[in-house]
Design a protein around this ligand. Structure first.
Ligand SMILES: NC(=O)c1ccc[n+]([C@@H]2O[C@H](COP(=O)([O-])OP(=O)(O)OC[C@H]3O[C@@H](n4cnc5c(N)ncnc54)[C@H](OP(=O)(O)O)[C@@H]3O)[C@@H](O)[C@H]2O)c1
Length: 329
């Protein structure tokens, strides 16, 4: 009977949650079509919520989080995958209510699994992870709707976070003039180094006036934070500005009016990386393996083992992470 190491969350009698590293049996994983030996995972905001008992993400405990995993197929009941295939899984139910990538094995449906594209190593795929895929989905949506570097500046919020960092780097690689928004004093140097042309503070995009519109500055936006920051950016979009939204770390509320949409023709697109079409994902993973891959992605990571996760989870919940945390299994 084979066992493996897992980062395991249990609920205590007093309704608090504990994080421990335990030995689990492969036989105890859910029956799936593809058994994968996980080499790398990564830490996303959602993992931190799942690891601290957030029932909006994970209904039942005990639980093994980790919405991302990359590794090698160990056993497959699907004609699409063979033992030894290098693969990755992000999103769907992985790490939410299905045992996730914070363990040395996962067992998942074949339709969740993507073959690692040529040009991308397992570790690199987890540097992108859900954060990179989400950034890529946002960017692709804006490009599909006509955004080009010539149209003007693009603003990225939560810019030193996982999705934000990836968005800044990919957009810079594609030739955009990127304006990063950060709440961290030390974020400025980091963002300029990874390709932002300008860096502004959160306060500069947190308009408390009741003005329906502000000066139109931005042609595009990738927003990871929501709340009044997103509302301020909507007022600051140029005519026909394009906004892709994916997150809520500032607030799930959006205190806006219809004016940016009906007077400036602004369009806003919602992005969901966990259930989105697998063909769209495959297309974007190929881009991330080639012309969308920033040359400096190794420079924005911190690599930890399962033991290092509790400290990093606390940090991401405080909004304190810069770049991406990679988990080596
Ligand atoms: N829709 C999807 O499919 C999808 C996929 C991935 C993530 N998400 C969501 O996107 C968001 C970001 O995820 P992530 O993994 O990138 O998280 P992250 O690494 O924690 O990054 C979030 C960043 O937002 C900024 N921030 C933190 N607290 C803030 C506050 N109160 N107000 C304004 N800015 C704040 C911080 O950057 P600065 O210090 O630089 O401002 C922080 O580093 C989360 O809400 C996550 O759930 C959604």
């Amino acid at each position: 009977m084979s066992t493996f190491q897992a980062f395991y969350i249990t609920e205590n009698d007093d309704k608090t949650f504990s994080q421990n590293i335990i030995e689990r049996k492969i036989e105890d994983l859910p029956a799936g079509e593809v058994l994968i030996k996980v080499q790398y995972s990564s830490l996303n905001y959602k993992d931190a919520l799942s690891s601290t008992g957030n029932r909006g993400v994970t209904r039942n405990y005990p639980h093994m989080p980790g919405i991302d995993a990359a590794g090698v197929v160990e056993d497959s009941h699907s004609a699409d995958f063979r033992q030894g295939d290098k693969v990755l899984v992000t999103g769907f139910d992985l790490g939410m209510n299905t045992s996730g990538g914070f363990g040395q094995y996962i067992s998942v449906p074949a339709k969740w699994v993507i073959k690692l594209p040529k040009g991308l190593k397992a570790k690199e795929s987890m540097i992108f992870g859900t954060a990179g895929l989400t950034a890529a989905l946002c960017i692709d949506k804006l490009l599909q709707n006509g955004l080009t570097p010539e149209k003007g500046k693009i603003i990225v919020t939560g810019a030193t976070g996982g999705v934000g960092t990836m968005a800044v780097m990919i957009l810079a690689k594609l030739g955009f003039h990127v304006v990063g928004v950060t709440g961290k004093p030390e974020g400025r140097g980091f963002l300029l180094k990874i390709g932002a042309k300008e860096v502004i503070s959160r306060e500069e995009v947190d308009d408390k006036s009741i003005r329906p519109l502000l000066k139109g500055i931005y042609a595009g936006c990738i927003d990871t934070v929501g709340g009044n920051i997103l509302a301020t950016i909507l007022k600051s979009m140029q005519y026909n500005g394009l906004v892709a939204i994916c997150g809520l770390v500032n607030s799930p509320q959006l205190p806006t009016t219809v004016f940016p949409f009906i007077l400036r023709g602004v369009s806003m697109f919602g992005i969901d990386s966990s259930e989105c079409d697998i063909e769209w994902r495959k297309k974007l993973w190929k881009k991330l393996a080639k012309n969308w891959k920033p040359s400096n992605i190794q420079s924005i990571i911190k690599t930890v083992t399962l033991k290092g996760l509790p400290k990093e989870i606390k940090e991401i919940l405080k909004g304190g992470q810069i770049g991406r945390v990679i988990v080596r299994l």
